[in-house]
Ligand binder design. Structure first.
Ligand code: AMP
Ligand code: MG
Length: 419
């Protein structure tokens, strides 16, 4: 049995982003860039009207913001008139149209007076814009970025705004750390599918859907292999399938029981064991190893305990940072975000092991209170399902009193922006 910190170091020492891949921008949402996005054009590519109104020459507007002008053109977004605006004239223009040569500012349509707001080409408009300044309501060519500029650096995450910016810069394809494929295999002869009402001795395979949700929530691709009985041959065959993925998550079969066949089968399949058993509650039986595949890639293998709460806590502590690394997230973004909180009620710790128990959080950043949730232990998902965080209680105290400052790990989907 090893310490938690040592287990995390052992995992971290074996992590690297997946080899970068070029893919269509539309398929890369949520992934991290492995190469910068370079703009193929200036943006805006021309001087653009930012309001509906009249494109004017600033010297035509008097110091008090008044002007009376002849309207010589009528420009909608998409129009590309090259008509020169001469002194005393202006163009009616809508947001998103290029401002015509000669003009340098837009006076909003709301500033048309004496009923002249509807004036079109051939008519006259009277304007009064007391706050007028030259250049107003025009986005200049290249204001946002220039052709050839790195608009997004390597390492940036393709959130919605970044996808939009890449599209604006003309990136039909991007180079990213691709979505890891994560095989999920539940083991146990007692397991029945979710659709079945469990008979005597049977247990629903809740870990399968749970781990698939956890994997998908982090932007990786779950490959659900289903459940396999505690018999060496079928287990070996399913493990062999799972080893084609970037990560294999097994649940069950890693404790000390007569039918806990997972460690032996993994060894027989050529998976190098890195550790088995961590001083931790829940999750003590957890197993971790690595296998080098024929294609030179590596499959990270986690044998998670079968008890659902243990399984999920081990996923969050061990598999999450590994997945994050494959996805190209930097070390400080890989783990559940940590916060300090004050215990709002006494909590149950353990003398011999650190405990991770579900809790609810109340209050604002810097003044968080943690309410331990009722929790009967490693098989109990009821509290975890509504928890905001895991209460991290160090080994050494059976009971931790209300008012004690404790560490919590926020349970978040994805890799949020956190310090
Ligand atoms: P094991 O780790 O195989 O000894 O299993 C420990 C406990 O977790 C047993 O009560 C199992 O029935 C239960 N368990 C194992 N796998 C699953 C699963 N996929 N879904 C729900 N419970 C499970
Ligand atoms: Mg079992």
């Amino acid at each position: 049995m090893i310490e938690l910190s040592r287990a995390l170091d052992e995992i971290a020492a074996r992590l690297a982003p997946l080899p970068a891949r070029r893919m269509r921008l539309g398929e890369a949402a949520g992934l991290r860039l492995a190469a910068p996005v370079v703009a193929d054009t200036d943006s805006p590519p021309w001087d653009r009207a930012m309001m509906d109104g009249f494109a004017v020459r600033s010297p035509d507007v008097s110091a008090d913001g008044a002007a009376e002008l002849e309207v010589v053109a009528d420009l909608a977004a998409g129009d590309a008139s090259r008509l020169q605006i001469r002194p005393g004239s202006c163009a009616r223009i809508m947001t998103g149209a290029p401002i015509p040569p000669g003009s340098d500012a837009v006076v909003p349509i709301e500033c048309a007076v004496d009923g002249s707001a509807a004036a079109r080409a051939g008519g006259r408009v009277r304007l009064l814009d007391p706050r007028f300044r030259p250049g107003q309501h025009v986005a200049r060519c290249g204001d946002a970025f220039r052709a050839g500029a790195d608009v997004l650096p390597a390492g940036a995450r393709l959130g919605p705004a970044a996808v939009g910016l890449a599209a604006e810069a003309g990136a039909t394809h991007v180079v990213v750390a691709p979505r890891p494929r994560v095989a999920i295999l539940s083991t146990g002869s007692e397991l029945v599918p979710v659709e079945a009402l469990p008979g005597h001795g049977q247990t629903r395979n809740s870990n399968g859907p749970m781990l698939a949700a956890a994997v998908a929530g982090l932007g990786a691709e779950p490959v659900v292999l289903g459940a396999v009985a505690d018999r060496p041959e079928p287990l070996r065959a399913m493990v062999a399938q799972g080893l084609a993925a970037d990560m294999l998550l097994l649940s069950g079969g890693v404790s000390a029981g007569d039918y806990d066949l997972v460690p032996g089968v993994l060894a027989a399949c050529g998976v190098e064991r890195v550790f088995h058993k961590v001083r931790l509650k829940p999750g003590k039986p957890v197993w971790f190893g690595v296998r080098t595949r024929g294609d030179g890639g590596r499959t990270l293998v986690f044998g998670l305990p079968g008890n659902p709460a243990s399984s999920l806590v081990c996923f969050e502590l061990f598999a999450r940072p590994a997945l994050a690394a494959l996805l190209g997230h930097p070390p400080e973004r890989r783990h559940l975000p940590r916060r300090r909180a004050r215990l709002a009620a006494a909590a149950k710790g353990a003398e011999d092991r650190p405990v991770f128990a579900p809790c609810r959080l109340e209050g604002a950043e810097g003044d968080l209170r943690a309410w331990p949730l009722p929790w009967s232990g490693s098989s109990d998902l009821v509290g975890l399902a509504v928890a905001d965080a895991l209460l991290a209680l160090p080994a050494g105290a059976k009971r931790v009193e209300a008012g004690t400052e404790v560490e919590v790990r926020l349970l978040t989907d994805g890799f949020g922006r956190h310090p």
